[in-house]
Design a protein around this ligand. Structure first.
Ligand code: HEM
Length: 426
């Protein structure tokens, strides 16, 4: 993308077989605004039949037009600021338990640790901590992601279906298991409503559309699996990038630790205070700017569109390039440097800083994910001494559905403090 931008400027066509063919990419904020402002009559989500097979016909990734708008209105409040605020202590507890499970003075891969942490926090966040289906759902998801990671997944799906084996078949079976588990949970909760839970399912069960109708069982189970798939790997990779950046920068590391003192009461970090710390907030923004988890947000034109002077016919795939937009030197001076303090001055628009995409398809986890990142970083800096191990320079690679640092980021936990006495090292 960088080479194309150097050669062709802020709009160009890339031929990407893995992204469904030719895509017109742009990093121009006005063009990005134009794409994000387009209505359901003007643009659609590029369709892959695999999404419907794996995530269900009523997944947010699959539905279009008024059905999509309705579903978003039902789902968004359960992941909005008020709902997220009620889960802060729970997230902090999950991170503390994860730290306790990491091996002491034995090298491990941060990416694997972050995958495990986010898988647990995502399934518990969706179903609640005490659901008997959190473990089986996490297992089904792991089977699916292993199948997806197999190089044999590239064998044409039709052939794998005809042969009846191969990673695609395993992936479909694991996705069916996940949707069945989600469906069982939904039916059980309807039969035995619980008290006001903070989990996403409790809130989705109470959601009503403008006609006063609740979500159907199918919508609920498809939504749970969609949120798991969309939220797990993305957040795990964002967390891995964050530690990779922060642990490489001793001065920032120290400043962040000092800042945490403003959020401490009676020796404990207060999560409500942690999430509004300015340097921590700037650090999370800078991680997502320099290392966007998705390089682009794609749309398919349903009508022709004039974009930066080019007439693009209906059927063209267009994509705001999140990666290039985040590297525009006029918005972010010295764009390749990791510099959280830039956000003390910079006030980029939603078309210049867009890690969560935009418009009617903007990520529904755009509030929850930065909160998870802040609480994870703060809790680890507070309770553990984590060090990176030397290794080759980190490159960006594709992992599952998002972009991740190469090599898994090897690290070692040099020490950790207990709850009771945070000065006691065990
Ligand atoms: C750092 C973590 C994350 C990043 C960087 C990220 C990024 C994105 C991006 C770029 C899109 C496409 C937006 C567009 O096309 O305009 C997206 C869509 C989506 N994300 Fe996220 N995401 C993250 C975490 C999450 C989480 C935690 C959840 C769920 C709890 C989630 C659920 C979704 C869903 C359901 C969509 C599809 C929305 C729709 O089509 O209406 N994401 N995400």
């Amino acid at each position: 993308m960088t080479r194309c931008a150097e050669r062709f400027g802020e709009i160009f066509t890339l031929d990407l077989p893995t992204m469904g063919g030719k895509v017109v990419m742009t990093s121009n904020p006005d063009a990005i605004q134009q794409i994000f402002a387009a209505s359901y009559e003007d643009v659609a989500q590029p369709k892959a039949r695999e999404f419907a097979t794996l995530l269900g016909a009523t997944s947010l990734f699959v539905v279009e037009g008024s059905a999509h708008a309705r579903l978003r209105r039902l789902v968004m409040p359960s992941l909005g600021p008020e709902s997220v605020q009620r889960t802060l202590a729970e997230i902090q507890r999950q991170v503390e338990e994860a730290i306790d499970s990491w091996p002491l003075r034995v090298p491990f891969l941060l990416q694997e640790a972050m995958q495990a942490l986010t898988l647990r926090s995502t399934v518990e966040g969706l179903l609640g901590r005490h659901s008997p289906r959190t473990e089986p759902l996490a297992r089904a998801y792991s089977v699916a992601s292993q199948a997806f990671a197999s190089p044999l997944i590239l064998i044409p799906i039709e052939l794998q279906e005809r042969l009846g084996f191969g990673p695609w078949t395993r992936l479909v079976r694991a996705a069916e298991t996940a949707r069945e588990l989600a469906g069982d949970e939904v039916r059980e909760r309807r039969a035995h409503p619980t008290e006001d839970g903070t989990d996403v399912l409790s809130r989705l069960l109470k959601a009503r559309d403008p006609e006063g109708l609740p979500m159907t069982d199918g919508e609920l189970s498809d939504t749970l699996v969609t949120l798991l798939v969309a939220g797990h790997d993305t957040t795990a990779n964002a967390l891995t990038w964050m530690f990779s950046c922060v642990l490489r920068d001793p001065s920032l590391h120290l400043q962040l630790k000092e800042e945490l003192e403003q959020a401490r009461e009676g020796g404990r970090l207060v999560p409500e205070k942690v999430v509004s710390l300015p340097l921590l907030d700037a650090t999370v923004k800078e991680v997502l700017r320099l290392h966007p988890i998705f390089p682009a947000a794609r749309r398919t034109l349903l009508k022709s569109m004039r974009l930066l002077g080019y007439e693009l016919p209906a059927g063209t795939h267009v994509a705001p390039s999140i990666y290039l937009a985040h590297r525009r030197a006029e918005v972010f001076p010295e764009p390749t440097r990791f510099l959280p303090s830039r956000f003390f001055q910079a006030r980029p628009t939603a078309f210049e800083l867009l890690p969560f995409g935009g418009g009617m398809r903007r990520c529904v986890g755009g509030i929850a994910a930065p909160v998870q990142m802040k609480l994870t970083l703060a809790t680890v800096l507070d309770r553990a001494v984590l060090q990176l191990l030397p290794g080759p320079p980190v490159r960006t690679i594709t992992a599952f559905i998002s972009l991740a640092p190469s090599g898994g980021v090897p690290a070692v936990l040099a020490s950790r403090t207990t709850f009771l006495g945070r000065y006691v090292s065990i």
